[in-house]
Every structure is written in C-alpha cells, then in structure tokens.
Design a protein around this ligand. Sequence first.
Ligand code: PLP
Length: 348
Amino acid sequence: MELMKSYTGVSGPLVDLRSDTVTRPTAEMRSAMANADVGDDRYREDPTVRELEEEYASIVGKEAALFVPSGTMANQVAMRTWTSPGDVVLAGERQHVLQYERMGSAINSSVQIVPIRDRGGQLDVLELVRQRELFNFLGSPVKVVCVENTHMPSGGVPADLEVLEEIRTSFPGAKVHMDGARLFNAAVANAVDPSLYASYADSVMSCVSKGLGAPVGSLLAGPKDFIEEAWVERAILGGQMRQAGILAAAGLVALRGMRERLSEDHERAKRVAIAIAERYGTECLDPETVTTNIVIFPHPEVDKFLTHLRENGVLGGSVAPGYVRLVTHLDVGDDQLDLALKAIAEAP
Ligand SMILES: Cc1ncc(COP(=O)(O)O)c(C=O)c1O
C-alpha cells in the first residue's frame, strides 16, 4: 500500500473515504490524456471534447451535451439556461444545488429555490404538487424542478422510477433538471439504463470526476437549443476552456471503461454499512438502505469518531452536523477496506 503523507498529515497506509472525488487518474487515463487530439474548444475545434459530449448525450438519450469543469458549474449553467431572474425552482431541501453550492443559484440566476422534503432520498410528490398549486395561485408558476440521482445526503439513494414519473407528469409546464452527479452509480445499482432515468428530465448532468475516476469534469445534456444557450452561459460563468481535450480524454476512458466496476464500490460500501450496524446497531444505520457507494450515519461525537479513524490511517468526513460520511471508490481495494473495517469495529 502506498504511503501518503504530504497533504493529509497522516503517515502509514492511508484509506481515504472522504469522497469519491479523491481518486487519481488511472494509467489508461494518463496515457489517453498524453495522446489526446486537441484544439481550441472556444472555436468548437477540440475533437476529443466533441467526442466526449456526443458520447454522453448518446448514453443519456439527449440531443446534445456540454463539457464543463465541475458538477457545480453544470447545475449552475442549467439553472441560468432554464430560468429568468425571479423564477421559482423546487428542489429537495438537502440537494446539492440548494445547500452545497454556496447559494450560487441566488447569485448566478437570481431564482428562488423552494425546499421540498426529501426524506429517504425521494422528493415528496404531494408537497411538490401543493407548491405547484400555491405558486400558480400567486402568479409565479414553477419553472424548474430539480431531482438528485443518486441523492447524496440520504446515503447515495437512487431515484425511484415511479417518483420520477409522477414528477414528470405533475409538471408538464416546467423543466425537470436531474443532478446526476452519480447517475451511473444509480444505473449500475438498479440495472436501469441511464437513458431511462434521464428520460424523466429535460436536462441531466453527470460527473466523470467522481466514482468514474477522471481527474476533472462534468457533462450537461439536453435538447440542442438548450445546449446552444448553455454554451453561452458556461462562457458567462468563466467555464469556457481551450485545449480541454486533455481532460476530455480521461472522461472518455471513464465513461467507456469505469461504469461497470462501480458495483465493486457498492459492495464495499455495503460492508462498511454492515460494520457500522454491528458497532452501533441497526437503529443507527440499516445496511439495507446502502445500495451505492455512500454511507452516512449519525454519531454523537463526529470529531472523536473521525479522529479515531485518522489515527488508524483512515480518513472520513461529515456533510451535516452530527453525521459521518464514508465513501468508497476506485482507490479503495479490499486491503484498504479491511483496515477501515477494523478501525470502525474499535471506534468510540
Ligand atoms: C449530488 C452532487 N451534485 C453536484 C456536485 C458538484 O460536483 P463538483 O464537486 O464537481 O462541483 C456534487 C459534489 O460532490 C454532488 O455530490
């Protein structure tokens, strides 16, 4: 196992369960990056970027796609493209676009996001419909409904297809945007084609820089005219890149070769969840609820728990007060997992 000390301050074997964004590019990605055919993407002359955009659009069944530097920018570009200042947007109360983007939608799009209950990872459809009626009555019809698939704060729960269908049919006049940062985790976990999930949304975004292991980038897909406008909005937000084929090359390796192996991350996350349940009981965490690569559970002393892990060479994190988050990914093999499971069994 590799020694990593520099930025984490931990010496010895390191198991990094903070996020699936900590992966480093594979040898195949590095080679593809070194050999990428590139051009200036400002002039749409980067063949590798175009190839990646076309590949993603085809996988999610949309007309066109746009390569952007991050998942946050994909959500922000979608919001700017679908809305005008003062518009009403409905989103789950714990979704990334509402809680984790530094209020970017208020700043970049001047929209009002109305939070909707998202217990267990699914939007509460009755509440969505109540809000639709209220804002119709008030003369500000809902413009966009955001769904997150998988839903990170509930522990990577995939979207329920029936809920997605209800949302789609309940909002014929609004746009549905899917934050599918981890869409492929959902697709692999439930053996659902990504294009089926995406068919319930007008626009969908996915990150190649999370479980798929690429170093940088996300894709936003939708109808052709939407992507044409999104291209301008990306430029306004400063996300226009030049010889970005260097990055897109790794994204292509990720999309083509890294999706199926996500099931290994899911199996390891399940083992982490079982270890948590054995240590703290199933009332703390029911392992049945963990079906992808994210394990979230309450702990009365999060800092104490994380310090114990760290002293044993394992890094974890927290995404809300009183909650621990552990995430499996490409760089966590069985040896690393065993170290983590041992540390969890002995944790305070
Ligand atoms: C559900 C979800 N959406 C969007 C993002 C944003 O992605 P990025 O970190 O690339 O900006 C994240 C990041 O963790 C996420 O978990």
